[in-house]
Design a protein around this ligand. Structure first.
Ligand code: S3P
Length: 416
């Protein structure tokens, strides 16, 4: 049974942005509840290489910003590790610096599409050379111009790269998205003093003279909390409270979909100062199938592998569509989920932009799942292991360190 209270670590997206904006602001930024996962450590190490003094004590981080034009030319290649957010957002900043730098990352990063940022940043005047659209990226800073960009995909990484470059442009920059993606960059830029206006699916940033340091209290990551929501919903007799979770409406699609599937899930206490935050109470529920598609997709993009796994235990056939973006995440999450769920006896079929999963049958075990070194795939199957017939082993447990180093310990704590 899953019981008790749990506070999962800080939000990954917000932790990255706090370091980035802290680094290019005037003054000292204090960050509480920073996510110490490998991805956010990559962001810290990159800014240290560009002359920013950053100190970290457990999950408390102090960033001594050097202002919009204070970054120094790094002596070495900037290694983003496994982090797409680092690679893409930092590219926006580097496009305007008075030096040349090289960004790269691990095997997975070198396979993730970068033309999606190279193209708009080049329209702004950036000089970015790539390995045919993939990292390593060699970026030579230029004087940038404002653009109006109609993004073909709803992606906060694309939007944020352009907005960060827009800080340095000679006129305003607008990004229009097909559906609204997470708006953490916009909220934090406003907090740091940028002049920015948002509409339903578009955001405009004006050129900036200076950003000013701020204190950031990072909410717990809803994408990490989601694994424990799933555990409590799937394991009979469970009841769990997840504390201080970020429930920004551009991220809360998982809660909306789980309610729609019949889950007992409720926000019992909430505040909305900088980012909306709440305590979430969740208990064992019988689920039924649903259809997930359209504008909700960007609000739960990282939770779709987990929802696919939960669909395997819901009555009926769940359809996930409009989610082609899943193919270009840390792994091809459509292919991987369908292949690995099938090994467990689940009827899971790939479609052109999603998957169809028929639930209700037994989840077999006694197999080792191939995680493709993808943290979210590993945690998803660790949760299914709680309800499978035999043990589900993972070929790589360590990859959870990307976003949730204490995942297995926290799971032990609440699994009584
Ligand atoms: C992120 C945005 C999302 C998400 C990723 C983190 C961010 O990617 O999948 O884990 O911090 O901006 P896209 O915006 O490319 O969909």
């Amino acid at each position: 049974m899953i019981k008790g209270k749990l506070k999962v670590p800080g939000d990954k997206s917000i932790s990255h942005r706090a370091v980035m904006l802290g680094a290019i602001s005037k003054g000292t930024t204090y960050i509480k509840n920073f996510l110490t996962g490998a991805d956010c450590i990559s962001t810290i190490s990159i800014f240290k290489k560009m002359g920013i003094d950053i100190e970290m004590e457990n999950d408390f981080v102090v960033v001594k910003g050097r202002g919009l034009y204070g970054l120094k030319k790094p002596d070495t290649i900037l290694d983003c590790g496994n982090s797409g957010t680092t690679t893409r957002l930092v590219s926006g900043i580097l496009s305007a610096q008075p030096f040349t730098s090289v960004l790269t990352g691990d095997k997975s990063i070198q396979k993730r599409p970068m033309n999606r940022i190279i193209q708009p940043l080049s329209l702004m005047g950036a000089d970015i050379k790539s390995n045919e659209g993939f990292a390593p990226l060699t970026i030579t800073g230029k004087n940038l111009h404002g653009i109006e960009y109609n993004s073909p995909v709803a992606s906060a990484q694309i939007k944020s790269a352009i907005l960060l470059a827009g800080l340095y442009a000679d006129s305003s920059t607008t990004v229009i998205e097909p559906a609204k993606s997470r708006d953490h960059t916009e909220l934090m830029l406003q907090k740091f003093g940028a002049n920015l206006t948002t509409e339903k699916k578009s955001v405009t940033i004006n050129p900036c003279i200076e950003l000013f340091a701020n204190d950031i209290d990072v909410p717990s990551d809803i994408s990490s909390a989601a694994f424990f929501m799933a555990a409590a919903i799937l394991v009979p007799g469970s009841e769990l409270i997840l504390e201080n979770v970020g429930i920004n409406p551009t991220r809360d699609g998982i809660i909306r979909v789980l309610k729609d599937m019949g889950a007992n899930i409720e926000i019992i206490k909430s505040t909305d100062e900088f980012e909306p935050v709440g305590d979430i109470k969740v208990s064992y529920s019988k689920l039924h199938a649903t259809t997930i598609g359209g504008d909700i997709i960007p609000t739960l993009i990282d939770e779709l592998p987990l929802l696919a796994a939960m669909a395997a235990l819901a009555e009926g056939t769940t359809v996930i569509k409009d989610a082609a973006e899943l193919k270009v995440k840390e792994s091809n999450r459509i292919k991987v989920m369908c292949e690995e769920l099938s090994k467990l006896g689940v009827n899971a079929v790939e479609t052109k932009d999603g998957m169809e999963i028929t639930g209700g049958s037994k989840i077999f075990g006694n197999i080792t799942v191939n995680t493709y070194d993808d943290h979210r795939i590993a945690m998803t199957f660790a949760i299914l292991n709680l309800v499978s017939d035999g043990e589900i082993k993972l070929d790589n447990k360590k990859c959870v360190e990307i976003s949730y180093p204490e995942f297995f310990n926290d799971l032990k704590k609440v699994n009584i």
